[in-house]
Design a protein around this ligand. Structure first.
Ligand SMILES: Nc1nc2c(c(=O)[nH]1)N[C@H]1C(S)=C(S)[C@@H](COP(=O)(O)O)O[C@H]1N2
Ligand SMILES: [Mo]
Length: 395
């Protein structure tokens, strides 16, 4: 089965799709906001970044959905392509010439980095950080290793790929049954076996198997963005499978128990710029605004709900900073996502809320009672729950 044509078909699919995974991944990096310190120390690899916009409100839902969703869909294709070049990966003797050493090192970086990205990405959406390093820093540095070796690999192999694709017709291959399947002609790269055994699968069968794998991954993934009953089928993204109850029935990223947050009583107050305090009743007595906005988590799930609460910009005005340059939100959660920094535009968007209610009911404790931030197009991680204080800053 192995040969330049088959390898090139997998290669062409990856060449068409991986740039989208790369670009949406880098956009997610910008959305997370280098100002938040995520990822941490990456030295020269830091991108300049720009202020993440608040419109369209589904922007982050789209970029992270594409990054995680497409990334998962491509896993069977990556594995198939690795299988198709196995003779090259284990070539012997390992060192023949300087050019060959360079080629093998570049392949090691290419294969190593994509497997690293797949492994860290998958673990991040499955488990609570099992790495000994920060997922964000590791996945980000791994991405740059992959981008560099991917660009090098494509520039070296593109002519070979085009030639190989032209050597056979896809339509004809898809019409060829097992009985008529013969090896590709011997090639200079040594992909075609010199003495091949009789085929046990046709080329269309091999492509169908990989395509079926992609489809299966799709079924096990799509529910986390589409929602509804499909959400329960999304076993590859279990982090979005803790739904609440009633009006609060949508995924919970981190429960109150996990964050060690307990139900606050009447004594709860929101502190604004350290100078003003509001009880929940005070907040409910202020003008309320309702907006239908998504929560989209970098771990691969998203949902759209109807939120009601006080506009952040109204709070900014009450704090005496009507046009803030930024807003620092702190919460009762001591964990890593217990605080966030919003840009001025994010804090003053007309739909940016300190939400008190969702879908017409009180926020549940798991979803941030007594109050949580919700801002259009912002990654879920910046929509802080269990808010305790907001500081609107002039700079
Ligand atoms: N205080 C606090 N707020 C938080 C988090 C957290 O861990 N602590 N997680 C964030 C993340 S990563 C997401 S995706 C959203 C999810 O909101 P939900 O659990 O209400 O769906 O909450 C955000 N707000
Ligand atoms: Mo998240």
């Amino acid at each position: 089965m192995r040969g330049p044509w088959l390898t090139s078909v997998f290669g062409a699919v990856l060449l068409a799709c991986l740039p989208l995974v790369i670009i949406t991944g880098l956009l997610d990096y910008v959305a997370y906001g280098p100002g938040q310190g995520i990822p941490g120390a990456v030295g020269l690899l830091h991108l300049p970044g720009f202020d993440w916009p608040t419109r369209p409100s589904w922007l982050f839902r789209l970029t992270q959905g594409l990054h995680v969703g497409l990334g998962l869909l491509l896993v069977p294709v990556v594995l198939a392509k690795l299988w198709s070049v196995i003779p090259k990966l284990f070539a012997w003797p390992p060192v023949k010439s300087l050019a060959q050493i360079l080629e093998r090192v570049s392949l090691l970086l290419l294969v190593g980095s994509i497997l690293f990205e797949i492994a860290t990405g998958l673990l991040n959406i499955q488990y609570d950080y099992v790495f000994g390093f920060s997922f964000y820093t590791g996945h980000y540095i791994g991405a740059w290793v992959f981008i560099a070796s991917f660009v090098a690999h494509v520039s070296l192999k593109l002519p070979t790929m085009v030639r190989a694709l032209r050597s056979r017709s896809l339509r004809k291959e898809l019409a060829t049954p097992l009985a008529e399947t013969v090896p590709e002609p011997p090639d200079q790269f040594g992909l075609v076996a010199p003495e091949p055994a009789a085929p046990t699968v046709s080329r269309r069968g091999a492509l169908g198997l990989v395509g079926g794998g992609v489809l299966l991954v799709g079924v096990l993934t799509a529910g986390q963005t589409i929602g509804g009953p499909l959400r329960d089928a999304a076993v590859l993204l279990p982090r979005g499978r803790q739904p609440g109850e009633g009006a609060n029935r949508y995924p919970i990223n981190r429960t109150a128990v996990a964050a060690r947050v307990t139900q606050p009583g009447e004594e709860w107050r929101l502190a604004l710029n350290g100078s003003r305090e509001f009880s929940r009743a005070d907040l409910l007595a202020l003008p309320q605004h309702t907006a239908r906005l998504p929560i989209a988590c970098v771990e691969g799930w998203s949902t759209v709900q109807t939120w009601t609460g006080v506009r952040l910009r109204d709070l900014a005005a009450m704090a005496g900073v009507p046009g803030p340059a930024s807003a620092f939100v702190d919460s009762a959660d001591p964990g890593p996502f217990g605080r966030a920094m919003l840009t001025g535009d994010q804090a003053t968007d007309p739909d940016a809320l300190l939400a008190l209610r969702v879908n017409g009911a009180e926020l549940s404790l798991d979803h941030g009672f007594p109050a949580r931030v919700i801002v259009p197009a912002l990654p879920g991680v910046h929509c802080t729950k269990w808010v305790r204080s907001i500081e609107f800053r002039r700079a």
